[in-house]
Design a protein around this ligand. Structure first.
Ligand code: CTP
Ligand code: MG
Length: 401
């Protein structure tokens, strides 16, 4: 008989919160995304990551349910599962998880179950940073929205976006450092990195992932549901009557006039200082052309079929909302996105410096499918040349899921 080595990594998955803001009538971890709960999705990705003891921190009284979910997700790693009850705050829940770690664990990752779709590669990146000598490592994403400093209803200043990053989980630390920081903590911190930094240790940033967003509100849950549906391999019988071997293409166009309120949103990006486009949503002609192209490729109608003005939830919505929903519709019909190419015709803004950024944002909204963005002017001709509006043209390829 061989005795499996005790892993040097421990992953604490905190799922003891009540999910007040989600308001689903059950602790958030046990709310369903598809046939599986938020906790189950989180754990499936955890067990596909680095070999680790996995400590699930469950709401008191729900330890048995959490154990069932963990054993289902663990596959051949069932021996690595521990379940404990959490506390009244996230910090208390992490403490309970720390107390359950095995003696040989040297690196601890703390992960929010609410970040149910965080992919295994992020766990690997965090462990690699600690292995390379960091005392702590946090996955971060650049901040895309323009950030303002406000005082009540007044905007009192701008904040330089390039200095900011949005922190995600899993956050990883050397175990001795995290244990000591938790033992000595006298106040509540919003995340583990803040607690460790307060104890005087540097924490490194590693690349986060758009799928590691936290499910906090009902809109976040809708987004997760759309993304999971977009990835699901539909049973053959449930697919539309199409030849799954043949990819299909679709085209989409959209035009919006300048003159809307607020900021310009185009090709998934906010463009500070540029004139806004008008429209029911944010007027992002680039994103809307992509939606039309994808729906056309899948034979699912057009943007008006699914996102018309009779849907108040799309008022003011940005590209990520439209594209996630479109991905969900495609997934339900048995399609996934091959690639997308979109061309924006406009005089302003100039795209060259932010083309790659637009591609990254649109691709992330489509769960990583490649998106190419190009831009052109019309030599001063027509409504585009006169700067009255923007046109966008997209071609999309979809393939059987
Ligand atoms: N968490 C926990 N114990 C707590 C509070 C939170 O384990 N006492 C966990 C949550 O289960 C979640 C993560 O910490 O996975 C992030 O917290 P949050 O998103 O705030 O979840 P909830 O506290 O459940 O939600 P809400 O604040 O809306 O009630
Ligand atoms: Mg909370």
């Amino acid at each position: 008989m061989t005795i499996a080595p005790v892993p040097r990594v421990g992953i604490i998955v905190v799922a003891a919160g009540s999910g007040t803001r989600l308001g689903a009538g059950a602790p958030k971890g046990f709310v369903g995304i598809d046939g599986h709960s938020i906790l189950r999705h989180a754990l499936e990705r955890v067990f596909a990551g680095p070999l680790a003891q996995v400590v699930v921190v469950a709401p008191a009284g729900r330890e048995g349910d959490a154990l069932s979910e963990a054993l289902e997700a663990a596959g051949d790693r069932r021996d690595l599962v521990t379940v404990v009850a959490g506390g009244a705050t996230r910090q208390a829940s992490v403490s309970a998880g720390l107390a359950a770690l095995w003696g040989d664990v040297e690196i601890v990752l703390v992960h929010d179950a609410a970040r149910a779709l965080a992919p295994p590669e992020v766990f690997d990146r965090v462990v690699a940073a600690i292995d390379a000598g960091s005392s702590g490592a946090v996955p971060v994403l650049p901040v895309i929205d323009t950030i303002k400093r406000v005082d009540g209803p007044d905007i009192v200043g701008a904040v330089d976006r390039s200095e900011l990053a949005a922190a995600q989980t899993p956050q990883g630390f050397r175990r001795d450092i995290l244990d000591a920081a938790y033992r000595d903590a006298t106040t509540e911190f919003t995340d583990d990195a803040a607690l460790v930094a307060d104890a005087g240790h540097p924490v490194a940033a590693v690349e986060g992932h758009p799928l590691a967003f936290k499910i906090t509100t009902p809109a976040d849950l809708d987004r997760a549901r759309d993304l999971v549906a977009g990835h699901r391999i539909a049973p053959v019988a449930a697919r539309l009557d199409h030849d799954v071997a043949a990819p299909r293409v679709g085209v989409g166009t959209d035009v919006h006039a300048f003159g809307g309120a607020g900021a310009l949103w185009l090709a998934g990006l906010e463009w500070p200082g540029e004139q806004a486009l008008s429209g029911h949503s944010d007027g992002d002609a680039g994103a809307h052309a992509i939606v039309d192209a994808l729906l056309a490729a899948a034979g699912l109608g057009d943007i008006g079929t699914h996102f018309g003005t009779d849907h108040p939830e799309y008022a003011g919505a940005h590209a990520d909302v439209f594209l996630a929903r479109t991905l969900g519709l495609l997934g339900e019909a048995g399609w996934r996105v091959g690639n997308v190419s979109v061309q924006v015709q406009t005089t302003r803004p100039r795209f060259a410096a932010r083309r790659a950024e637009a591609e990254a944002v649109l691709s992330a909204a489509l769960c990583g499918a490649p998106v190419s963005v190009s831009a052109t002017t019309t030599d001063g001709l027509g409504f585009i040349g006169r700067g009255e509006g923007v046109a966008a043209f997209a071609v999309a390829l979809v393939v059987g899921a």
